[in-house]
Design a protein around this ligand. Structure first.
Ligand code: GTP
Ligand code: IMP
Ligand code: MG
Length: 334
């Protein structure tokens, strides 16, 4: 097996963390590398009674035998990263690219203190936009200049490509989602970088010819945090009535919730070059499906939803998620 990229097909928070955890335990990768914007992400990973929300460390950390890498494209907040490394006990198996740009206090202050960012766009306030601005202005600092990061810096692109040359399996995780891509999302209500699979490959230094699979993750009820167009959005009362409210991992803000959007799903699969699809939150469609691990045991209405979603997207659905815990999964490729 070569490299597989996992990305979000709606507006982020599709459950990539959960799907990465499942795929990592299934594929047993040698390396799990993270692309994406930076610590604006919050991936939730649940395994048994363990529950974690990670912002910088790859969510694949839950699979204990992989080396964990953060690619040069990703903004690093040293405080967030070092705290997570210590809390998760991954010191001996994590590396970050020496070229990663650094988020400094001034970036966070600018993100939270600029009305356009904080109030109009509704950013996560984690300093990502201002840090990416400094990177484009070529005045951002890099990981190699930061003393507290020196034990972790490495050439991620070289490590990932050498692993692929040696025939090893590499899992590459993205963050955010297609609808908040700087290039393809609902501009200007977007994040500060593209979020599609090609960008995630570039983030970790892997060329497009080396990617075998792109798994795009969708949730049955898409969600969105912050401002911006959301054509299938339902009112909060409806979400409450259906019992499907959600709150952000990083900001704790309530997530806006919508109905399935087949048109958007198809378009994002196209731009991402999806080869497979993972569909999460099936238990939110029908509680009787919570924790089901056997396709035949899904209710008829959920099976019908899956069939329709596959038709909408035009790419095979290979992973179904029936709950947040890692094993609450139906893997149709097994
Ligand atoms: P970003 O990188 O920030 O975009 O996040 P993410 O895609 O990793 O998703 P995040 O963890 O922020 O949000 C997904 C939420 O849905 C988390 O609370 C998960 O625990 C939960 N989740 C994942 N899969 C399922 C599922 O199949 N059913 C239910 N009910 N919840 C799920
Ligand atoms: P920023 O990335 O913090 O600049 O925020 C820009 C927009 O992207 C805001 O609407 C955020 O809510 C959204 N956003 C950024 N990262 C994530 C994520 O990981 N999940 C969901 N929304 C996100
Ligand atoms: Mg999230």
């Amino acid at each position: 097996m070569g490299a597989t990229i996992i990305v979000g097909g709606f507006f982020g928070d599709e459950g990539k963390g959960k799907i990465v955890a499942h795929v990592a335990h299934r594929d047993k990768p040698y390396i799990i590398a993270r692309g994406g914007v930076g610590p604006n992400a919050g991936h939730t990973v649940e395994k048994g009674k363990e529950k974690h929300g990670v912002r910088m460390v790859p969510s694949g950390f839950i699979y204990k035998d992989a080396q964990l890498l953060i690619g040069a494209g990703v903004l690093v907040d040293p405080h967030v990263l070092l705290r997570e490394i210590s809390e998760l006990g991954v010191r001996d198996r994590i590396g970050i690219d020496f070229r990663c740009p650094i988020i400094e206090e001034k970036h966070i202050v600018e993100d939270k203190g600029t009305a356009r960012l904080a109030d109009v766009i509704g950013t996560t306030g984690t300093g990502c936009g201002p840090a990416n601005k400094d990177r484009v202005m070529r005045c951002a600092r890099q990981a190699k200049e930061i003393d507290t990061l020196k034990d972790y810096t490495t050439d991620v692109a070289l490590q990932v490509n050498e692993a692929l040359d040696a025939g090893q399996t590499v899992t590459i995780e993205g963050s955010q989602g297609f609808g908040i891509s700087l290039f393809y999302g609902t501009y200007p209500f977007v994040t500060s970088k593209d979020t599609s699979a090609s960008q995630i490959a570039a983030d970790v230094g892997v060329g497009p010819t080396r990617i075998d699979d792109v798994i795009v993750v969708y949730k049955a009820f898409p969600t969105r945090v912050g401002a911006g167009e959301f054509s299938t959005e339902m009112c909060p009362e409806e979400a409450k009535r259906l019992g499907i409210e959600e709150f952000g991992t990083v900001t704790g803000r309530p997530r806006r919730i919508g109905q399935w959007d087949g048109k958007m799903a198809r378009y994002s699969a196209m731009v991402n070059g999806a080869t497979q699809v993972a569909l999460t939150g099936l238990d939110k469609l029908d509680l009787s499906c919570k924790g089901v691990t056997d396709y035949d045991k899904l209710s008829d209405s959920v099976k019908e939803f899956v069939r329709k979603a596959e038709q909408d997207i035009g790419v095979p659905i290979t992973i179904l998620s029936t709950g947040p815990e890692m094993s609450e999964t139906i893997d149709l490729r097994r």
